[in-house]
Design a protein around this ligand. Structure first.
Ligand SMILES: C[S@@+](CC[C@H](N)C(=O)[O-])C[C@H]1O[C@@H](n2cnc3c(N)ncnc32)[C@H](O)[C@@H]1O
Length: 297
């Protein structure tokens, strides 16, 4: 296993733009006004907006913020977590990283106080001093390409955890939410779905296995909790699909018929993948180890 943080095995900026830079208004139609693009956390009676707020609250709670932290959000999307943190904690400062130009422009144009956004790969981001907490929500899925060996994949995740270890203060938190590969063998329909998702929707990307993350974070981070909420992602994708279908005519005007049809197929395939346990959804809270504070807990 290498700790070389120079190795780049994930989605290139072009591959990220292929997915995210097809128009913020197209995404707003089905993600909703907050533009949160990751699995929500559902409770009885929730609509999508409430379930996304519940998710943001949960992730922020997992970070155990005291309210004065400097925070890094790797893969900040359109900035909903950054806004949620600064709204809830009046003295926090949050830096967000994205590889999508559309997202970068959007976050800059709607900049909340005490936030800063960079169009930057995490490997290129070198702050003057370590952060207190790092979040990485729905971005780890882009850090390795489809088709790499397990050894290469684990080495790449090791590079990510090594980076986070060096960018967060001793005892600091790392909160990750990511799709993971499930344990059910793929049938022919699922293989077709996976190939479609890899070729058309998320080029140069592939989700991790839990064992790869556990192995890659060894002696760098203590894993405090792991929750698998795959049914919550099936529900989230079903709600996104319902909204996209309800606004199909507008979607076609904004992004074209081909993209709209591909996105309906992507969301249908994703619902199946989560329901059938070919994909899972991990919410993982970690804490940097190797310091006196962690040792005394
Ligand atoms: C599915 S979106 C999730 C956005 C946001 N966290 C949310 O929950 O709404 C994935 C994000 O990861 C970012 N991303 C992917 N690879 C990245 C990399 N190597 N460095 C920084 N950001 C990256 C994308 O630009 C995008 O903002």
């Amino acid at each position: 296993m290498t700790s070389d943080i120079g190795a780049r095995q994930g989605a290139s900026a072009n591959a990220v733009e292929h997915h995210y830079d097809i128009g913020t208004e197209f995404y707003r139609l089905w993600l909703g006004p907050d533009l949160t693009y990751s699995c929500a956390l559902w409770a009885d009676g929730d609509d999508l907006d409430r379930a996304q707020q519940r998710k943001l609250d949960y992730l922020i709670e997992q970070a155990r913020l005291t309210g004065t932290e400097r925070i890094l959000d790797i893969g900040c999307g359109w900035g909903s977590l950054m806004r949620a943190i600064t709204d809830r904690h009046a003295q926090t400062r949050v830096t967000g990283l994205t590889l999508s130009r559309d997202q970068y422009r959007h976050v800059r144009a709607h900049a909340a106080e005490r936030t800063d956004v960079r169009l930057q790969h995490w490997q290129d981001h070198r702050p003057d001093s370590p952060y207190d907490t790092i979040f990485c929500i729905g971005a780890l899925e882009h850090f390795v390409r489809f088709g790499l060996s397990r050894r290469e994949r684990t080495a790449t995740y090791r590079a990510f955890f090594t980076y986070c270890h060096s960018m967060v203060r001793p005892g600091g938190g790392l909160v990750v939410q990511t799709i993971g590969k499930g344990n059910r063998p793929l049938d022919q329909n699922s293989i077709t779905d996976v190939q479609f998702l890899a070729d058309e929707i998320f080029p140069e990307s592939d989700p991790p296995r839990l064992a790869e993350l556990a192995h890659a974070s060894e002696k760098l981070f203590e894993i405090r909790s792991v929750v698998n909420d795959r049914h919550h992602y099936a529900t989230t994708c079903a709600e996104w699909l319902r909204r996209l279908r309800a606004r199909r005519a507008e979607a076609k005007k904004l992004a074209g018929a081909r993209v709209t049809e591909a996105y309906e197929r992507y969301l249908e395939a994703s619902i199946r993948q989560f329901e059938e346990e070919h994909l899972v959804l991990y919410r993982i809270a970690l804490r940097r180890v190797g310091d006196a504070e962690a040792a005394s807990e």
